[in-house]
Design a protein around this ligand. Sequence first.
Ligand code: URA
Length: 207
Amino acid sequence: MSVTILDHALIQHKLTIMRDKNTSTYIFKQNLDEIAKLMAFEVTRHVSLKDKAIETPVCAMLGKEMDQQIILAPILRAGIGLVDGFRDIIPTAKIGHIGMERDEETLIPREYYAKFPKGLEDALVIVLDPMLATGGSANMAIENIKQRGAKNIQLVCLVGAPEGVKAIQEAHPDVDITLASLDEKLNEHGYIVPGLGDAGDRLFGTD
Ligand code: URA
């Protein structure tokens, strides 16, 4: 398993705009879309390909086409924010939604909603969640997606805390993690520092 930080200049530039508390919901979403496209480009680098015979205007040739179904699995609700950018780059991707919430008494995350396309067993499943904080929700979402049959899972988050990365690495050593930034820590309220605040609120204007 691996942890990849995409510290590309464009991504870091756009992420800084997102982090700024004075950035509007509209500009926040616009930059998230743009970063999601750049991340989609990277995480699909090794998707399996098969030969495809075509004819260019000049001659016949063996080209390539993707040989693997990609299923995007946004964790509700903030994960939805990464879907548009990924879909722009991978228009054949199918989408499975998974909703996780914390039980108010036990604080253990639980699944409250899930709907997945068929074919999880053979697909590359890309779990999307902008913020990897404690890793509790992502861990359980990945566990539940595995129980539905998925064998090839990647986790893509915008910003991660070391605590969340460690939790995923321990629970799911087979899952590669891709981040735009690995931040410093979690604060006492469970926010990533420096982070960008509550990603769902900033994305949907609910703060
Ligand atoms: N979820 C968020 O939206 N932001 C954080 O900083 C941590 C968890």
